[in-house]
Design a protein around this ligand. Structure first.
Ligand code: ZN
Length: 194
């Protein structure tokens, strides 16, 4: 199983490289990469395992982060309405972006950036994406085209960036880290205390 030490950090230049397309049908090796990444995210939701193995929980992880330069990532995240999104993403393409932007008020984080970074990342609030979707229950792969918005759109774009060697820290304005453009609004998470 993957541990936090297996995730390469920002000083590793491989994180800055471009990933290549994954060949389909999926090789056993590529399938294992997806399963390993998925297991890491799932373990991050298990408090006992997090303590025992000193894991850092995450909502997404991309293959380049475990030094495999292929266009694959996994998302396991609850959106702002507490709905679970679980995707095994292969060879994604973002087909369109909204002009309207959104951001996380607390800023973004990354398993490959092991420090607190101050600043905001503004990204398109809605995207339309297409990818080969790996179903972790059946092992089937289906081509899907879906629209994502708000938090999950942010997570998707963050992981997508990894496939092109970009990190969220690149997207923070150096001169004004907390600048908010007029077309950007924060993601509103629903409160648990209702
Ligand atoms: Zn990241």
């Amino acid at each position: 199983m993957l541990l936090y030490e297996d995730i390469i950090k920002e000083d590793n230049l491989d994180l800055r490289k471009q990933s290549v397309e994954v060949k389909l049908p999926l090789s056993n090796e590529d399938k294992q990469t997806l399963l390993d990444m998925n297991e890491y995210l799932e373990n991050g939701y298990q408090e006992e395992l997090v303590k025992k193995y000193h894991l850092r929980p995450g909502v997404g992880i991309a293959a380049p982060q475990i030094d495999i330069l292929k266009k694959m990532f996994v998302i396991l995240a609850y959106d702002e309405k507490n709905i679970l999104h679980h995707y095994g993403v292969i060879n994604p393409k973002i087909l369109s972006y909204s002009e309207e932007l959104t951001y996380l008020e607390s800023g973004e984080g990354c398993l490959s950036v092991d420090r607190k970074v101050d600043g905001l990342v503004h990204r398109p609030k809605r995207i339309k994406v297409t990818f080969d979707s790996y179903d972790f229950t059946t092992g089937e792969i289906n081509k899907v085209t879906i629209r994502l918005k708000n938090y999950i759109a942010v997570v998707f774009q963050h992981e997508y960036d990894h496939l092109f060697g970009h990190l969220f820290i690149d997207r923070i304005r150096k001169d004004q880290p907390f600048y908010v453009p007029s077309n950007s609004t924060p993601i509103q998470f629903t409160s648990d205390e209702e």
